[in-house]
Design a protein around this ligand. Structure first.
Ligand code: SF4
Ligand code: SF4
Length: 456
C-alpha cells in the first residue's frame, strides 16, 4: 500500500463524547455508548502516539494542525494540553511549525485557561448559536439550565487575553429565520471575524422520531440509542432546506456589501474557492471527495470521519502497528472518501451548481431525486438556491482574483447598482420585504466603484 504524503486532518477527542453540557441536537453525546466503562480520558500513552504519529505523517509540511474537539476538550484540564505541547516540542521535526486548535463551548474557560490558550497561540472555536434566546433554545446544561451567560463569560476571558477565536454557529429551527440578527450579534456585539455556520439536520428513522422529538440526544434525557446516520425523517429542531438557503442568501447579501475582507464566513470562502477552480478546500461537506477529515477517539481508535464515529467506520487504532499515513491510505478509508463522488445521483451529476456543492455530506443524503433515484441531499433545495443566487458575484470576484485584484472590490460594484435602487424596489435577496426595509436599510458608504472587468 502506498503511503504517499497526503493532506489530512485528525480531530482528536481527548474526553471522547463526554461534555459538561447537554445540547438537545448534539448527536455526539450518544457515542458514549461505544465505550462502556471507559474513563473517557486520553492517557499519556495515547497522547504520545498521537503527537508522534501526526508529526511523522507530515514530514515536509511547514505547519501541522492539532485539532481538539469533543465532547468538551477543556474537561481534560490545562495540564493535559501543557503535556501535549511538551510532546510536540520533543517530536517536532526541523522546519515543522505547529498550530493547535480547540473547539469549546467556552463555559469552563477561566483566566487560567485564557492565559494558557493565548500564551500558546491556540486558535479557539467557540460554539454559540446567536443572541441569548436563540442560543439557549437548545444549548442547555445537564440540569436543563440555559448556558448563554456562561458562554459569554468564557468568551470575555478569551477576548481579554487576546486569544484568536472564531464562532461556530449551528443553523437550527430556533435561529434559522433570523439570519441578520444572528450575524450582527456575532460580528458586531461579539466582534467575531471568522464564522462557520453548521446546519442542524437530525436525521432519524420514523420509529425513532417521537423519542428524538421528546428527548433530544443529551444525557439528561436518555442515552438508550446510539445515534447513527439512518432514516429519512428529521426532528423539528432541524433547519429546513428552504430556511438554510434563505439564511445563507440573507447573510451573503449583507456581508458582501458591508464586511467582505473583514469578516470570513467559511461557506462563502469555500464557494469562492470552488468558483476559482479548487476542488477539495474549505468545508468538507462541499469537497469533491471525503476521507481527509478523520476522528481520533480518546483510546486511540481512528474513525473515517467525525460524523461517522460508528463501529462500521472504525478504521484503526494508533497502537495497531500501522502508521497514521497507512491508516489514512487504507482501502476502507479510500473507499469511504471516494464513495462521496461515486454515489452521487444523476440529478447531482447533471446539476449546474454541482462544482460548488458536490452533493453535500453523505450522512444527509436521504432524499429521492425527482426522477426517483435515492441519495439526494436533504438540503439540496437550499444549496441550489444559495449557489445560484451567488453565481454572478462569485464569478465577478473570481475575475478580480484572476487579475490579481482584491475580491473585496466587489463592494464598489454593488454600491454602483445600489445607488440606483429605490426603497420600494424588490430587495436583491429576493425576500418578501422591499429594498428599503431589507438589505437596503444597511447600505454602507463605499469607495467609488472600480470598473467591471467583464464589461470592458
Ligand atoms: S462524511 Fe461528511 S463530515 Fe465527513 S468528511 Fe465527508 S462531507 Fe465531511
Ligand atoms: S444542489 Fe442539489 S442537485 Fe445540485 S449537486 Fe447539490 S445536492 Fe446535488
Amino acid at each position: 500500500m502506498s503511503t504517499a504524503r497526503r493532506v489530512f486532518q485528525l480531530m482528536a477527542k481527548p474526553s471522547g463524547a463526554i461534555c459538561n453540557l447537554d445540547c438537545d441536537y448534539c448527536f455526539f453525546l450518544s457515542k458514549e455508548q461505544l465505550y462502556p466503562g471507559s474513563p473517557f480520558r486520553m492517557d499519556d500513552e495515547v497522547l504520545s502516539r498521537y503527537v508522534e504519529q501526526l508529526l511523522a505523517a507530515h514530514p515536509d509540511q511547514e505547519e501541522v494542525t492539532f485539532a481538539f474537539q469533543g465532547g468538551e476538550p477543556t474537561l481534560m484540564g490545562v495540564d493535559f494540553f501543557a503535556r501535549c505541547l511538551q510532546l510536540q516540542r520533543e517530536h517536532r521535526r526541523p522546519g515543522q511549525t505547529i498550530l493547535n486548535t480547540i473547539q469549546t463551548n467556552a463555559t469552563l474557560v477561566d483566566d487560567t485557561w485564557a492565559r494558557f490558550l493565548a500564551d500558546n497561540d491556540f486558535l479557539v472555536g467557540v460554539s454559540i448559536d446567536g443572541p441569548r434566546e436563540m442560543h439557549d433554545a437548545y444549548r442547555r446544561d445537564k440540569g436543563g439550565k440555559a448556558t448563554f451567560d456562561r458562554v459569554i463569560a468564557g468568551l470575555d476571558r478569551l477576548r481579554e487575553a487576546g486569544v484568536e477565536w472564531n464562532a461556530l454557529t449551528t443553523v437550527n429551527a430556533a435561529n434559522a429565520d433570523h439570519p441578520l440578527e444572528v450575524y450582527s450579534f456575532l460580528t458586531e456585539e461579539l466582534g467575531a471575524q471568522y464564522l462557520q455556520f453548521i446546519p442542524i439536520v437530525e436525521r432519524v428513522t420514523e420509529e425513532m422520531l417521537p423519542l428524538a422529538e421528546q428527548q433530544g440526544w443529551g444525557s439528561r434525557n436518555h442515552r438508550s440509542v446510539l445515534y447513527t446516520q439512518t432514516g429519512t425523517a428529521v426532528t423539528s429542531r432541524s433547519v429546513s432546506p428552504q430556511q438554510y438557503g434563505r439564511f445563507l442568501i440573507d447573510v451573503f447579501e449583507h456581508w458582501v456589501r458591508n464586511d467582505i475582507g473583514d469578516v470570513y464566513v467559511s461557506m462563502f470562502d469555500t464557494t469562492l474557492a470552488h468558483f476559482v477552480g479548487y476542488e477539495n478546500v474549505g468545508l468538507c461537506v462541499h469537497a469533491r471527495t471525503c476521507g481527509q477529515a478523520l476522528a481520533l477517539e480518546h483510546n486511540g481508535d481512528v474513525y473515517s470521519c467525525d460524523h461517522y464515529v460508528e463501529p462500521d467506520y472504525k478504521i484503526g487504532n494508533l497502537a495497531d502497528g500501522r502508521s497514521l499515513l497507512e491508516i489514512v491510505d487504507s482501502a476502507p478509508q479510500q473507499a469511504f472518501g471516494q464513495a462521496k463522488l461515486t454515489t452521487l445521483p444523476k440529478y447531482c451529476r447533471e446539476c449546474d451548481v454541482r462544482f460548488a456543492c458536490n452533493g453535500g455530506c453523505p450522512k444527509d443524503r436521504f432524499l429521492t431525486t425527482p426522477d426517483g433515484e435515492p441519495g439526494l441531499h436533504y438540503l439540496c433545495q437550499g444549496y441550489q438556491a444559495f449557489f445560484r443566487h451567488v453565481d454572478k458575484p462569485m464569478r465577478l470576484m473570481t475575475s478580480f482574483l484572476r487579475q490579481e485584484r482584491d475580491a473585496g472590490e466587489i463592494r464598489g460594484w454593488y454600491a454602483a447598482r445600489d445607488a440606483k435602487r429605490r426603497p420600494d424596489d424588490p430587495c436583491t435577496c429576493a425576500g418578501p420585504q422591499p429594498w428599503g426595509r431589507c438589505h437596503g436599510a444597511a447600505v454602507p458608504d463605499v469607495p467609488p466603484p472600480p470598473s467591471d472587468p467583464r464589461s470592458s
